[in-house]
Design a binder for this molecule. Structure first.
Ligand SMILES: C[S@@+](CC[C@H](N)C(=O)[O-])C[C@H]1O[C@@H](n2cnc3c(N)ncnc32)[C@H](O)[C@@H]1O
Length: 202
């Protein structure tokens, strides 16, 4: 997605953020969302991704900045990044003010999704927020049979990358199960043609 069409997650959430200690982006990818928070009041910005290769290069590319030692020092001080599978990371309890997990959970079964939501919830401070976005079963790209093979009713596998499996939820019923257990900030529940996003407040 180009910078101009991406929505800024900090702008989207800032009105509802009340605690600003540690933010963690689980599956941070190329850092787009972390960069939205670069100059926010969060004391610590963390990011985890099992495919983290040259994050400083991604950062410079997104911001269109030249490599300088000062910039690199700023980068490593501001962004605490780890190349790790989040399932092996110790999230601990009640420490995160904001957890972002965007475009990640559709790679996991529905039971796993709910287990990870619980893991994240337990790791949040009181008053903290959990932002989730994942693809749903009406996503035309993930269900395009030219590129994807349907292996179960709601599970699709990429024909050219067999490790790339999408477990696509029905947005309404998944939201209903989430609402049974957690308190959602309703103005952040968005279902578009590809994905569903919602915010849980602890
Ligand atoms: C589609 S990308 C989304 C990146 C970013 N969150 C965004 O919205 O732009 C999914 C990311 O999740 C990461 N990911 C998926 N499963 C993961 C896991 N178990 N542990 C760590 N990272 C994971 C992938 O490496 C990839 O960078």
């Amino acid at each position: 997605m180009s910078a101009s069409t991406r929505s800024n997650l900090f702008d989207q959430l800032s009105q509802d953020i009340t605690v600003k200690d540690i933010l963690i982006d689980v599956g941070c990818g190329r850092l787009h969302d972390l960069i939205d928070f670069e100059y926010s009041e969060f004391k610590t910005l963390k990011g985890l991704d099992r495919n983290l290769y040259q994050p400083f290069r991604d950062y410079r590319r997104i911001k269109n900045l030249e490599h300088t030692p000062e910039l690199h020092r700023h980068f490593i001080k501001r962004f605490l990044l780890r190349k790790i599978d989040f399932r092996e990371y110790d999230f601990g309890s009640e420490q995160f003010s904001l957890i972002i997990c965007k475009h990640v959970l559709h790679f996991y079964s529905d039971n796993e999704k709910l287990a990870y939501l619980e893991l994240f919830y337990n790791a949040m401070q009181s008053g903290g927020l959990l932002f989730i976005k994942m693809n749903h079963n009406k996503n035309v790209d993930n269900t395009d049979l030219q590129h994807m093979e349907q292996i179960e009713r709601t599970v699709y596998r990429n024909k050219t990358n067999l490790d790339d499996v999408r477990y696509l939820i029905d947005a309404d019923s998944f939201l209903n199960s989430v609402k049974e257990k957690y308190s959602l900030l309703e103005n952040h529940t968005i279902v578009d043609d590809k994905a569903v996003s919602f915010v849980i407040r602890k």
